[in-house]
Design a protein around this ligand. Structure first.
Ligand code: TYM
Length: 331
């Protein structure tokens, strides 16, 4: 069985993009893999958040994972900072990297621009080294993510390969698992920008899974489209409607062609109304399950057990790494 891992940062509310880009596939594949999923709270610290807010978001996210179908029977489910090996390997990995390669990462470059004049947090630069550690620690071969994370998986491979060459084989090299449809859900108000947890226009452009469903339906109804009023997929010329078609296709597992055929004589209003109704059918059961898990003592137990299981694997790997690097003197 191959090992699979993924994570989400607790930096805001879980979005439809997070679900369709990464978690949906993780859930689909969890039984056929040796599966690990975690809440990337250390990565979440790369930009300052109020401690109370992070605390609550971790638990919200944990309950949301379960509501979306992450099943602790098949999956080791934990919080990143509960397994110290992530931080230690992250540190060792950082020493294998050059400032130049890290500062060429797309995410670093775009966030650096936003952070601007008062200097840039070191955490942003070494974000990929911690992420590489998250993956290499478990010898994960499959990482379900949205397309914005491809570059991070690629650098993880590079770092893993580099360390294997330098110190002797110790890591398996991962591949990303990026869905064909839903790999990059766009902002509903600006379909040229990714839908994200934290965007200045996110209130109207982002669907949050736990938000009031009527609010989310309104966001679909007022999504920016174009004036042609014809429903077909063309990301370049019709990014707004193409984004809505992708969401429709990903939620229903229908092909884009089937959706185009179904709506070839319809207008945007009808299509949006159908999509809003579909979204309601998809989201309401998740919200119901979320309520069941969020304030249940089981939630913390699941996370603690997951951390114990994850640590068994991670500590073995870290020991092997230390031995190969020569920093385990008492063996
Ligand atoms: P985060 O929290 O930014 O995103 C979590 C996952 O959601 C995907 N995603 C999207 N997919 C499609 N459309 C969108 N609009 C969209 N927005 C977000 C992201 O691609 C991601 O898969 N760095 C990771 C967290 C992480 C991680 C890891 C993931 C830390 N360590 C190790 C995998 C393995 C991140 O971006 O989280």
């Amino acid at each position: 069985m191959k090992t699979m891992i993924t994570g989400v940062q607790p930096t805001g509310n879980f979005t439809l993009g997070n679900y369709l880009g990464a978690i949906k596939n993780f859930v689909k594949l969890q039984k056929e893999h040796n599966s690990f999923i975690f809440i990337a709270d250390l990565h979440g610290l790369t930009s300052y958040q109020e401690p109370k807010k992070i605390h609550d978001t971790i638990l919200d996210l944990a309950a949301t994972y379960l509501a979306c179908g992450v099943d602790p029977k098949y999956t080791n489910f934990f919080v990143q900072s509960d397994v110290n090996e992530h931080s230690v390997l992250g540190f060792l990995v950082a020493f294998q990297c050059r400032v130049g390669e890290l500062s060429r990462m797309t995410q670093y470059k775009s966030k650096k621009e936003k952070q601007g004049k008062d200097g840039i947090d070191l955490g942003l630069l070494i974000y990929p080294t911690l992420m590489a550690a998250d993956i290499l620690l478990y010898d994960a071969e499959i990482v379900p993510v949205g397309s914005d994370q491809k570059q991070h998986i690629e650098i993880t491979r590079d770092i893993g390969e580099r360390m294997n060459k330098r110190y002797g084989d110790m890591f398996k090299l991962p591949d990303y698992y990026v869905p064909e449809i839903g790999h990059k859900i766009m902002n509903l108000q600006n379909p040229n920008e990714k839908m994200s947890k934290s965007s200045p226009i996110n209130d109207k452009g982002t669907i949050f899974i736990l938000d009031d469903i009527n609010n989310s339906k309104k966001k679909i109804m007022s999504a920016v489209t174009d004036s042609e009023n014809k429903i077909y997929f063309d990301e370049e010329k019709k990014p707004g409607i193409s984004n809505l078609i992708s969401i429709y296709a990903s939620i229903t597992n229908k092909s884009i062609k089937d959706i185009e055929d179904k709506y070839k004589d319809s207008n945007y209003g009808t299509f949006k109304k159908d999509l809003a109704d579909l979204l309601e059918k998809f989201i309401l059961p998740i919200q119901e399950k979320y309520k069941k898990y969020r304030y249940n003592d089981e939630l913390i137990k699941i996370l603690h057990n997951g951390a114990i299981e994850a640590e068994k694997v991670a500590s073995k790997k870290l020991l092997e790494v230390r031995e190969k690097m020569g920093i385990k003197y008492d063996n």
